[in-house]
Design a protein around this ligand. Structure first.
Ligand code: ADP
Length: 295
């Protein structure tokens, strides 16, 4: 597999109406799974469309293995696999037919197309279902078809946008494992607003809010930032609303003695509160600032 170095310098993107969706974004990426996290509207999909060469940045430069993609988009396109958020399938086709069709659209030659279709079907665990109509597939199976089509050209950059939306918990788990298996020497960018989608698999995290990059680093680094800012204690059920109003609640658990609350806060929120070891979800909540901004 070829090298994969993706460099983004000072990227801005403004929609025609004047809405700024990405601003001043710098990122330097290499092989591994990058979990790109951010709430809805943060600008993740816009950024992914720029990287997929479907949108041109208003300002800034994207380079793939040293080549400016504005000058030479094919350098990146030839190594790109993309599963967009709104990936649709033709329900009347079988998985094999659909992938064969897309392989032709992507310009793979007949023999290579046939080999790649079979390889990709096997890679996503759909070899046995290859001749079933896509209309009969579950959401998880359809997403696996989406990954299979993104893999047809054996990409060294794989971009997957919100892939677990609409999947049930088991399908979600299976899909996350699949992405981990596919990583290898590739750069996989997994874009999501769900922290648990990236928890087990991401080797690096990037967090965006309101078009800006708020964090880029190892998951451990994000966890370390929240150290000492995650608290738990037990409240009476009648106190829960007041806690929720004052702090950002990460979790609450009903227990016989009351409700165990878990919040993020710079200061100890209550005499009974104990600092606990942050989970990634807590650290993300702490970073995006909803905890800090409330008090
Ligand atoms: P995310 O993928 O993180 O949810 P998006 O990239 O979809 O974020 O959107 C970023 C911002 O750009 C949002 O405020 C959204 O409303 C806005 N936006 C997205 N698409 C368009 C569009 N076609 N025209 C104008 N604004 C848009």
């Amino acid at each position: 597999m070829s090298t994969c170095e993706l460099v983004l310098q000072s990227i801005d993107y403004t929609y025609p109406g004047g809405h700024s969706a990405v601003s001043g974004l710098d990122l330097n990426l290499g092989p591994g799974i990058l979990g790109l996290l951010g709430p809805n509207g943060a600008g993740k999909s816009t950024l992914m469309r720029i990287l997929a060469t479907l949108a041109k940045p208003s300002r800034g430069k994207v380079s793939w293995n040293g080549q400016d993609i504005a000058l030479n988009p094919n350098a990146l396109r030839n190594s790109l696999g993309y599963l967009p958020q709104d990936f649709g399938v033709y329900p009347a086709l079988s998985a094999r037919e659909f992938l064969g069709f897309l392989a032709a659209v992507k310009g793979l030659s007949g023999k290579r197309a046939a080999t790649r279709v079979e390889h990709c079907l096997a890679e996503v665990g759909l070899a046995d279902a290859a001749d079933r109509r896509l209309g009969e597939f579950s959401g998880g199976m359809r997403q696996r078809v989406g990954i299979a089509q993104a893999l047809l050209n054996d990409p060294s950059l794989l971009i997957v946008d919100e892939p677990t939306v609409g999947l049930d918990p088991e399908e979600r788990m299976r899909f996350r494992h699949l992405l981990t298996d596919l990583a290898g020497e590739r750069l996989v960018i997994l874009c999501t607003h769900i922290v648990s989608d990236v928890e087990a698999s991401a080797t690096a995290l990037a967090v965006m809010t309101a078009g800006r990059l708020r964090f880029h680093g190892a998951p451990e680094e994000l966890l370390a930032r929240a150290e000492g800012h995650v608290w738990e204690w037990t409240v009476a059920p009648s106190e829960l609303e007041a806690v929720r109003g004052k702090y950002t609640l990460c979790a609450s658990l009903r227990r016989p003695e009351g409700i165990r609350v878990r919040i993020v806060s710079a200061e100890r929120p209550h005499a009974d509160a104990n600092a606990v070891t942050p989970e990634l979800e807590d650290a993300y909540t702490w970073l995006i600032g909803s905890g800090a901004s409330k008090h």
